[in-house]
Design a protein. Structure first.
Length: 130
């Protein structure tokens, strides 16, 4: 696991959300998820927001099992994950992905959102006292 960032420009937080940098190596391996989980723990974040373009294309091809492997790591550590941005080119090519996105958005572990504002609204709706 990478050491936590000393200055969080590489891992900014949005309330209780760790923001993954949009630039960098595409995320594909379980160790990529573990690095983000470690950074989230260091920052005290309960969610990680990953720009849709930062995920390797294999994430969107469900038969590769990349999505399942990455998401399972977050679930094991009880860290929510939000995929932020337009994934329409991927969902247009896969009915299975469309179904998974729809089901995920009904749950509480992984969400696919258009932007950080939508993520903020969804998190606010979940907060106690509402």
């Amino acid at each position: 696991m990478n050491p936590p960032p000393e200055d969080p420009p590489a891992a900014l937080t949005y309330g209780q959300v760790l923001l993954c940098e949009p630039e960098g190596t595409p995320l594909r391996e379980e160790r990529d998820a573990l690095d983000l989980i470690g950074d989230a723990g260091y920052q005290g974040a309960r969610w990680v927001a990953i720009p849709a373009g930062r995920l390797h294309d294999d994430f969107y091809r469900l038969r590769t099992r990349v999505a399942g492997d990455l998401v399972q790591k977050f679930a094991n550590y009880r860290i929510g994950v939000a995929i932020v941005g337009d994934i329409s080119r991927h969902t247009a090519a896969s009915t299975a992905l469309q179904d998974w996105v729809r089901e995920s958005n009904r749950g509480a572990q992984i969400w696919f959102v258009d932007d950080l504002d939508e993520l903020g609204r969804r998190l606010e709706e979940r907060s106690p006292g509402r």
